[in-house]
Design a protein around this ligand. Structure first.
Ligand SMILES: C[S@@+](CC[C@H](N)C(=O)[O-])C[C@H]1O[C@@H](n2cnc3c(N)ncnc32)[C@H](O)[C@@H]1O
Length: 268
């Protein structure tokens, strides 16, 4: 496959407003796979867009109004219930983050109970989850890094960190091609592994091998975006068990209405 063809595919895909803000490295990765499989550039462009839709755009069904969100956040007092209410309402805009809102208090209180002091957190393929910061039972100076493929969403999250006084930073990054390897006390991998495996079936195993976290909070959806459950809890329990096999992890399992979660102590 020629570099010229791949460049042309990447440019064509990124002309679409739905895909413009996605990390070019991921567009190239998927584009290269599709060019190898499809008969023409046109077919490969279409298939690349479909895949990017499944793994990212499908979670953002409407345009997220980041400017309005920031204006509202700036007007509220950071520790007030009103500030939390604004975070809650902004998180509704990401379909995957939204599903957790029904039980967000319980989710973080229960899964993160009893952890030793946490100084660094990596939230990988974060969506709008960093806005759940006010619910996290963590010390106020915790160093929080949010990673996703959407540049516009990450700019918004960086501004949110500044307003909320979070010691945070963001990284636009394809975690399949470039898994973060810096040490972290806690790594959040929420409803992400199945998404990565739609691009590369070894992505979950490669990622957890590369990561350097003392604790991992790994979760899976317990229902599809369309709302059906189709045995997902059983399937993803098996997925996790295969991932954990031979890794010498200590594991706690939690079931919530739309999410299955595992807290892993890795011995790293
Ligand atoms: C199912 S959503 C989960 C969002 C968030 N973790 C949550 O549970 O609230 C999957 C997220 O993964 C991001 N994503 C997909 N592929 C990625 C990749 N290769 N690298 C980094 N992020 C990715 C998408 O943009 C999307 O925000």
């Amino acid at each position: 496959m020629s570099e010229e063809l791949l460049k042309s595919l990447t440019e064509q895909v990124r002309q679409g407003s739905k895909y413009r803000d996605i990390a070019p490295e991921l567009v190239r990765r998927i584009g290269a796979q599709e060019l190898a499989k499809r008969r023409s550039l046109k077919e490969a462009v279409k298939a690349t867009k479909n895949k990017l839709h499944q793994i990212g755009a499908a979670y953002q069904p409407g345009r997220i109004n980041y400017e309005e969100g920031l204006a509202l956040l700036r007007e509220a007092a950071v520790s007030s219930p009103h500030f939390r209410a604004i975070c809650h309402s902004i998180m509704q805009a990401h379909a995957s983050t939204r599903e957790r809102l029904l039980f967000i208090d319980e989710f973080y209180r229960v899964t993160l109970a009893g952890l030793p002091p946490i100084r660094t957190v990596l939230d990988l393929a974060c969506g709008l989850n960093p806005l759940a910061y006010p619910w996290l039972p963590l010390p106020p100076d915790v160093h929080f890094t949010a990673v996703d493929i959407y540049g516009d969403m990450l700019n918004f999250i960086q501004s949110f960190f500044a307003i909320a006084g979070v010691n945070g930073r963001t990284q636009q990054r394809d975690i399949i091609g470039r898994p973060p390897t810096e040490p972290a006390d806690l790594i959040l991998l929420l409803k992400t592994l199945p998404c990565l495996e739609q691009v590369d079936k070894h992505a979950a195993a490669n990622l957890v091998d590369a990561l350097n976290g003392r604790y991992l909070l790994i979760s899976y959806p317990a229902q599809s975006l369309g709302g059906r459950s189709k045995g997902m809890v059983e399937n993803y329990t098996r997925h996790f068990e295969m991932l954990a096999d031979g890794r010498n992890w200590q594991v706690q399992r939690f079931e919530f209405p739309t999410e299955l979660a595992f807290l892993v102590q890795t011995n790293r």
